[in-house]
Design a protein around this ligand. Structure first.
Ligand code: HEM
Length: 431
């Protein structure tokens, strides 16, 4: 069978099975089967109601328990890939006869030790408290620069015109990307993030392969440029390690771009959504811009950009009273763990500054704990502080369009009015 027909058939069969299992009440099928734009939190609660570890007929387990998520993320008996049975080359895509590097499956995000340790250690120095202090000025400058661009406009798209631009510029600076084109990054980032949910049709598959091919060509150029003209950025440091392969270099750079981009865009978007929905929080933020840090932390808990991750036991393992066979995926619902009533008082309420606020798992836990957590917190707080200082009357000015992803939660389009429009009809026409 030609591969396009085979792929289309498999995608169709996959969707049909998910729909049928969802109708039969399977918790994983319910999550995968519903539109990614829908509110997933009721489905997470129904997983919690069934107990700490829930079996799905789709060949995986799920947990909404904070204690279990946290302990499996820290358990050396569990990995991000089933050990020894997975080779990125097996699942590789080839375009024009050339193998594409898969930034998700080949980066240290999903490698197990010792490869994980080796690669993470090379980039870790940029994310230490000292590294972050050095980036604070860049973050503040970038936020102000993009606020200047939207200032004076009665309305703008909070995501496209602001939230998506700040993290790209910050990460591009870190990597030493000259004249970063945020629109290309946004396109490649979206294709990759959509792929985290599994490609739904051939159009998405093609967009993913094209995006990866362009992204790789761009990075090959960047690597060559930094070999010839080294700076004090991450890529210039990485190319000095002669033991790193081209694939290591590409996968690590792509990981930093992708992990540091879409996640932070959605942290900014979700924080603003939460602030606009809670007038008392907004009032406090306008009075005290430093309240932004607590708002960002509570957004990470209540509506985190990364909703879940997966771990695989290296051997058959007893969890609670249940044997989980070797290599079976266990879906760790981080967003549900963040609302676990065993840890958080009044868990569904948005309460910036709550005493238990930093117990959340939005940045995961264990060896894969987000390397960019400090940077993301700093960017989120700087963005909120700047936005509400500049536009204390910021308002929603139209329908929010959600991004079509279950793993990454946030807005794709979020029209806001700056409060500068004296003539309310300008705002009304956008509704
Ligand atoms: C709100 C923003 C962010 C969120 C919610 C977030 C979330 C996460 C999560 C949940 C993981 C671990 C996934 C797992 O355990 O399977 C992770 C890993 C990672 N993140 Fe972030 N992230 C954010 C921002 C950033 C930024 C700004 C950077 C860097 C520029 C970054 C770089 C990384 C890297 C390199 C890893 C892999 C760590 C490892 O495997 O050792 N992230 N992130």
């Amino acid at each position: 069978m030609p591969s396009t027909v085979k792929n289309a058939t498999l995608l169709f069969l996959g969707r049909t099975v998910v729909r049928a299992q969802a109708l039969l009440g399977d918790p994983a099928a319910r999550l995968f089967g519903m539109s990614p734009a829908r509110d997933p939190y009721p489905a997470y609660e129904s997983v919690r109601e069934r107990g700490p570890l829930v079996k799905s007929r789709m060949g995986l387990y799920l947990t909404a328990s904070h204690e279990l998520c946290n302990s499996l993320l820290r358990d050396p008996g569990f990995g991000t890939l089933p050990a020894g049975e997975f080779s990125p080359v097996d699942s590789a895509a080839y375009v024009g006869g050339r193998r594409l590097v898969n930034p998700v499956e080949e980066s240290f995000l999903v490698l197990n030790p010792p490869d994980h340790t080796r690669l993470r250690r090379l980039v870790a120095p940029w994310f230490t408290p000292r590294g972050l202090r050095e980036q604070a000025a860049t973050v503040a400058r970038v936020v102000e620069e993009y606020l200047d661009e939207v200032a004076g406009r009665p309305t703008f798209d909070l995501v496209g015109d602001f939230a998506a631009r700040v993290p790209i510029q910050v990460v591009a600076d870190l990597l030493g990307v000259p004249g970063a084109d945020h629109r290309s990054f946004a396109r490649w980032g979206s294709a990759l993030v959509n792929a985290l949910d599994g490609v739904r049709d051939l159009g998405e598959l093609r967009a993913l392969h094209n995006g990866l091919r362009e992204f790789e060509a761009f990075l090959d150029d960047l690597i060559a440029h930094r070999r010839a003209h080294p700076g004090d950025d991450i890529v210039s440091a990485l190319v000095k390690h002669e033991d790193l392969t081209r694939e290591d270099l590409i996968a690590t750079t792509e990981l930093l771009l992708v992990a540091g981009f879409e996640t932070t865009v959605n942290l900014i978007g979700n924080s603003v959504l939460a602030v606009l929905a809670h007038p008392e929080v907004r009032e406090r933020l306008v009075e005290d811009p430093d309240h932004a840090e607590a708002v960002v932390e509570e957004t990470l808990r209540l509506d985190p950009p990364v909703q879940y991750t997966v771990r695989f036991p290296f051997k058959s393992t007893k969890i609670g009273g249940t044997w989980v066979p070797k290599g079976t995926p266990v879906m760790l619902l981080l967003a549900a763990a963040n609302r676990d009533p065993a840890v958080f008082a009044d868990p569904h309420r948005f309460t910036p500054g709550r005493a238990d606020g930093r117990e959340h798992l939005a940045f995961s836990s264990g060896i894969h704990y987000c390397l960019g957590a400090g940077l993301a917190r700093m960017e989120g707080a700087a963005a909120l502080r700047g936005l509400f200082r500049r536009f204390p009357d910021l308002r929603a000015a139209g329908r929010v369009r959600r991004r079509p992803s279950r793993v990454i939660r946030g807005a794709a389009r979020f029209p806001v009015s700056t409060g500068l429009a004296k003539d309310r009809s300008i705002v009304e026409t956008i509704r």
